[in-house]
Design a protein around this ligand. Structure first.
Ligand SMILES: [Cu+2]
Length: 154
């Protein structure tokens, strides 16, 4: 009897911390949206997504009040021609990062609900791990260097 109780306590001791760590921890660095002509119906967004947690993070998309529709895209170059394909998810391993940058992964932002000019702020929520969301503010700028930020190394 005594041995059973001890082993149950041992099980709980392992199980409870695992539950507490189950949520991935996501950070977004240098979010920006490329400035486009006022008549443009589609814009591109970029950022670095860091997973500082112990669990893999699966990014499933964004929701934004500033656009009718958004997708996750990847640019591919085949035979010297760049094409874009939609991707369902972006997976970020524990301790790893995903780079959303020109020529690679990016947010595709369709039908802006207002004219977005340089230095305007675009708001969106990054969706990951099923129901988790992270609020992000991205500056509209000509290129990443315009934001005056540099990558942080820790
Ligand atoms: Cu695209």
């Amino acid at each position: 009897m005594k041995q059973v109780q001890v082993s149950l306590a041992g099980l709980f001791g392992l199980f409870v911390p695992a539950l507490l760590l189950a949520q991935p921890l996501i950070e977004v660095h240098k979010p920006w949206v490329r400035e486009a002509p006022p008549t443009s119906r589609v814009l591109a967004g970029y950022m670095t997504i860091l997973n500082t947690g112990d669990e893999p993070a699966v990014i499933t998309g964004i929701v934004s009040p500033d656009f009718d529709r958004t997708e996750l895209h990847r640019t591919r170059i085949e035979d010297g021609i760049a094409t874009m394909v939609a991707v369902e998810t972006i997976k970020v391993p524990p301790g790893g990062k995903a780079l959303l940058e020109p020529g690679g992964l990016h947010l595709m932002l369709f039908d802006p609900k207002r004219v977005l000019r340089q230095n305007d702020i675009v708001r969106f929520e990054l969706q990951y791990a099923g129901t988790a969301r992270l609020a992000v503010e991205a500056q509209v700028t000509r290129d990443a260097g315009d934001s005056g930020e540099h990558p942080h190394h820790h």
